[in-house]
Design a protein around this ligand. Structure first.
Ligand code: 13P
Length: 334
């Protein structure tokens, strides 16, 4: 696989005014989302829900790609069309979550490391055959008393770089995601410091492992106040801090950066992205790869009556995609 092909895919993922919809919840995570709206977590319900999302009319106008979970990449519409085909037909690039989740980091209470490197080369080969052209790996950094440790940051950066190198070897664009969690009562300055050191460690590790940045996408968390912090930073403060942190730690050659929503409200996720882009021009396209902030409202509508509310739920998916697509251009207005 040539770097030009990887770079072309990466650029398409962050095409102007488009972003990614993350629908790669593991079976355990979707169980929580379904439980919150009273839907039973069966394979058929997961399939039907994701069919609703992926067959949203006009989705490709604002969405460049979707990240799927292993199960979903193997599923089809009710009429038997594989989801990967549905996506390709609508100009949406299939992506796949390839990490195996977080596990306690031995010797470091309260910290986690992401697993999933064993057998990854073979899994990537199969995913490529099933149509995936990019792959996501999420590392999680917790902020708390005396954490994160340097060891946790290094262990996660090393795993991210090993996965990224394997992706490029197999023709998939790595979407590297070092998520600094919003949980806690820390202030925005603490989030800034932790995010900066995490990104620096990540790009060092990518360099050390010969990962080509031209064919890599960063999925970043925004620099925000902890969820339980008494003083919540304003939209402009979040945008300024996030941009400053990225500019100091992320090489300009990267084709693009997309943000996760991480538990922000729909309105905040869109307003922050819009403010970030209004502060441009920036060194890279800055767009979205939202899970909850793309799906929450539509899931609620669908769950009320899965058999009859498909069109209504899809209208909401489209509205969220349009709003976030405008925010990716700095042209959203409330
Ligand atoms: P959220 O936008 O809900 O944080 O999900 C994005 C994602 O893919 C996290 O890995």
């Amino acid at each position: 696989m040539s770097i030009e092909q990887l770079a072309e895919t990466a650029r398409a993922m962050v095409a102007a005014g488009k972003g990614i919809i993350a629908i790669d919840e593991s079976t355990g995570t979707i169980a929580k989302r379904f439980a919150a709206v009273g839907v039973e977590n069966t394979e058929e319900n997961r399939r039907a829900y994701r069919e609703m999302l992926l067959t949203t009319p006009g989705l490709g106008e604002h969405i460049s790609g979707a990240i799927l979970f292993d199960e979903t990449l193997r599923q089809s519409t009710k009429d038997g069309v594989p989801f990967a085909r549905v996506m390709q037909d609508n100009g949406i690039i299939p992506g796949i979550k390839v990490d195996k989740g977080t596990h306690a980091l031995a010797g470091f209470p309260g910290e986690v490391v992401t697993e999933g490197l064993d057998g990854l080369r073979e899994r990537l080969k199969e995913y490529y055959g099933l149509g995936a052209r990019f792959a996501k790996w999420r590392a999680v950094i917790n902020i708390g008393e005396d954490i994160p440790s340097g060891t946790c940051i290094e262990a996660n950066a090393h795993a991210l770089a090993r996965y990224a190198a394997l992706c490029q070897e197999q023709g998939l664009v790595p979407m590297v995601e070092p998520e600094v969690l919003m949980d806690g009562d820390h202030d925005i300055e603490t989030c800034y410091e932790v995010t900066e050191v995490t990104l620096r460690a990540l790009f060092d590790a990518l360099y050390n492992q010969n990962v080509m940045l031209e064919g890599t996408i960063l999925k970043a968390s925004m620099v925000v106040s902890g969820k339980d912090c008494a003083e919540q930073a304003s939209v402009d403060e979040v945008a300024e801090s996030t941009l400053m942190c990225l500019k100091t730690a992320v090489p300009a050659i990267l084709p693009g950066i997309v943000f996760l929503s991480g538990g922000q409200s729909d309105a905040d996720a869109t307003a922050h992205l819009d403010a970030i882009n209004r502060m441009g021009p920036n060194p890279w396209p800055l767009s979205f790869s939202y899970g909850r902030a793309m799906q929450s409202a539509a899931l609620k509508i669908w769950a009320q009556d899965p058999a009859n509310n498909v069109a209504k739920a899809q209208a909401m998916v489209h509205a969220r995609a349009r709003d976030n697509g405008l925010a990716a251009l700095g042209r959203w207005s409330q």
